[in-house]
Write a protein that binds this ligand. Structure first.
Ligand code: SAM
Length: 457
């Protein structure tokens, strides 16, 4: 979009006329980063600037993403450097914001959330990721888990029309991409929530994100008759029609994940053997207060179904420790769930209260040191499990998409397997951007090591 407006990208921040920061708000630590980053950039610019970009010698700073959506005009108060605030659904309106800046407005903002916001359609040829392409299939979330800010910052769940997704995947395949990821907060509910017919609240009211909806007052969701397509059907179409050799998707949601998805994965060789299925907790009591909508038993049943697939599928997940009121017994249930599932990878988060979420008002907050102690115990358990899981690969040959040189060693390539494990191996031939077979001969805590076997695949 910037190219269309006459901008070009620079890798030197001191040359930039505009610096746009994309932000995350899912935990407090992530949200705080934006101001620290602006200061870092200003220091870099002061050291490296050869020409003034604007009157004060600084570029225009813009903030986009979830912090922009939730903090809105408060960002202008917190940093005088910020001149543009672009909410999560305003990306397609970027040209209008830039035009306002060009016309001389000192600050511009668009944080409107609408019930049927348009998906940003990108040309395959305009992609900047070199080896893997990401395709948005849903935006927003209707789940309203009690800890999660996503429904408030990204709005109601919307599914992108299947034909556009399939067309984009096909174009990316023709462009030479060997791997695509289908993305959404909850990909498994693709198509099911249909279009939202209720009142999203405050649409068009710039600067106010207060009434995007909460579970108590949200009107019911209606399904569009006749044109429903489930995630399993979408996956089937993308696999059959795109011609892309490796297709991955994330994130799955346990309540919406069904066996039909596993059947489709088993039916297509280009659907990769990896499922990210966050449980968040192992205790039924905590799952209920989190409003996750499933029990531990139901979660385990889904895991068993995945383990029963024809393909050997890697399972990864997310867990939150220190949720308000989490007792030692609750936490031990999380430990036992992790031991039972034996994840190939696990992201563990210390609970962080988020504005507007119900959990932020819950009493019985867990002291920081208890959160840390539980985090470390769970991490230690997962490390042991992961080591065992990774050692199974010793002596095996895996297919790797070579994405670059390793950050640890310039003489090693790095890439991911179909089951999404990182593999490093010595550079033996020009293989960047290609699929290669690698014989695994070493295991580290979060990666595999090996030697290239023969030529590129
Ligand atoms: N939509 C996905 C889901 O709910 O499974 C993932 C969303 S979120 C971007 C990624 C992870 O951050 C979540 O799975 C959860 O473990 C973690 N997370 C979200 N809110 C959190 C909070 N308030 N405190 C700590 N971790 C949180």
């Amino acid at each position: 979009m910037f190219s269309g407006l006459g901008y070009s990208q620079t890798s030197e921040v001191s040359e930039a006329d505009l610096v746009l920061l994309n932000t995350c708000m899912v935990r407090e630590k992530a949200a705080r980063k934006v101001f620290a980053r602006i200061n870092e950039i200003k220091n870099e610019i002061r050291k490296g600037r050869s020409r003034p970009a604007s009157d004060n010698g600084l570029p225009v700073f813009g903030v986009m993403g979830c912090v922009a959506q939730a903090e809105a005009d408060r960002l202008f108060e917190r940093s005088r450097d910020i001149k543009m605030v672009m909410g999560t659904q305003a990306i397609s309106r970027l040209p209008a914001l830039m035009e306002q800046l060009d016309k001389g407005f000192s600050r511009v903002i668009d944080v409107r959330l609408s019930k049927e916001s348009e998906f940003l359609e990108l040309e395959a040829s305009g992609r900047q990721t070199k080896h893997i392409a990401y395709i948005t299939i849903t935006e927003g979330c209707n789940k309203f888990c009690s800890f999660c800010i996503v429904p408030f910052t990204r709005g109601r769940e919307r599914s992108r029309p299947a034909d556009r997704i399939v067309d984009e995947a096909r174009a990316l395949g023709e462009q030479g991409y060997l791997e695509v990821h289908l993305l959404g907060q909850n990909v498994n509910s693709y198509g099911l929530s249909g279009r939202y017919h209720g009142n999203v609240g405050n649409v068009g009211n710039v600067g106010n994100v207060g009434n995007v909806g909460n579970p108590a007052s949200a009107p019911p969701f209606a399904q569009e008759d006749g044109d429903e397509i489930t995630f399993a059907k979408l996956l089937d179409r993308v696999a059959a029609e795109s011609g892309v050799p490796r297709i991955k998707y994330t994130t799955s949601y346990p309540r919406d994940f069904d066996e039909e998805i596993i059947r489709v994965m088993d039916a297509h060789d280009n659907l990769c053997e990896w499922i990210h299925l966050p449980a968040q907790a192992g205790s039924d009591r905590v799952l209920r207060v989190m409003r996750r909508g499933y029990t531990r038993r139901e979660y385990i049943e889904k895991i068993e179904a995945i383990k029963g697939a024809r393909k050997e599928i890697s399972i990864t997940g997310d867990m939150i420790v220190g949720f308000p009121g989490e007792t030692d017994d609750d936490f031990n249930e999380t430990m036992s769930l992790v031991a039972e599932v034996e994840y190939d990878g696990l992201y563990i988060f210390k609970y962080s209260p988020r504005p507007r979420t119900p959990a932020a008002t819950y009493a019985d907050s867990i002291p920081e040191e208890v959160k840390t102690e539980r985090f470390l115990r769970l991490q230690e358990l997962q490390d042991r499990i992961q080591r065992r899981r990774y050692e199974r690969y010793l002596g095996r040959t895996v297919e790797v998409l070579v994405e670059g040189t390793s950050s640890r060693s310039l003489s090693d390539y790095t890439g991911h397997t179909r089951c999404n494990k990182v593999v490093n191996f010595p550079i033996a031939a020009e293989a960047l951007g290609k699929l290669v077979n690698v014989n695994i001969n070493g295991v580290k805590s979060h990666s595999l090591y090996g030697e290239m076997a023969g030529d590129c695949v």
